[in-house]
Design a protein around this ligand. Structure first.
Ligand code: SF4
Ligand code: SF4
Length: 137
C-alpha cells in the first residue's frame, strides 16, 4: 500500500477462485507455472528485490505512530521480526524490519504511517484472516 493502491490492484474474486489449486500446489510442494513463468515483470521485480532486501532492515525506522494510537500493542505482537517495541506508550521501530507491512496494515486504529507517503491511503488485509491468527505473543 506504500507504493500502490491495493484496492485497485487486488482481484479478490480471482484469487479466491484459485485458492483450491494453490492449496493443492503447496500441499504437494509443487511449483505453479503461472507463478514462476519468467516474464519481464517477474525478472524486474526479482532484480529490484535482490538489490533492495539488504536495505529493508532500516526502512522500519521510517514508520511512525500518530495520536490515534491507543497502545493496543498489536503492531508489536504481529511483527515477524520483533522489530517493534513499546516505549513510553508509543511503538518504536528498531533496525530489523523486513518491510512485510503487517504493522501498518493491521493497526486497528490506522495509527501507523510511513514517512509522509501513507496518509489517506487505504489499508488492506485479507478479510478471511483474523488478526489473532497472526499474533506472535
Ligand atoms: S497497533 Fe496501532 S494502535 Fe495498537 S499500539 Fe500499534 S500503533 Fe498503536
Ligand atoms: S511488521 Fe513488518 S513492516 Fe512492520 S516493523 Fe515488522 S517487519 Fe517491518
Amino acid at each position: 500500500m506504500i507504493t500502490y493502491d491495493p484496492e485497485k490492484h487486488q482481484d479478490q474474486e480471482q484469487t479466491r477462485e484459485r485458492l483450491p489449486e494453490i492449496v493443492k500446489l503447496i500441499q504437494e510442494k509443487k511449483e505453479s507455472l503461472q507463478e514462476i513463468r519468467p516474464s519481464f515483470q517477474n525478472k524486474l521485480f526479482s532484480f529490484v528485490n535482490r538489490g533492495a532486501v539488504g536495505q529493508f532492515k532500516n526502512f522500519g525506522q521510517k514508520f511512525w505512530a500518530t495520536e490515534k494510537c491507543n497502545q493496543c500493542r498489536i503492531c508489536e505482537r504481529i511483527c515477524p521480526r520483533t522489530n517493534i517495541e513499546m516505549k513510553d506508550d508509543k511503538p518504536m521501530w528498531q533496525h530489523n524490519c523486513e518491510l512485510c507491512l503487517a504493522c501498518i496494515q493491521w493497526c486497528p486504529q490506522e495509527a501507523i504511517e510511513y514517512k509522509g507517503i501513507s496518509q489517506n491511503r487505504p489499508r488492506y488485509h485479507n478479510a478471511a484472516v483474523k488478526v489473532q491468527e497472526l499474533l506472535l505473543k
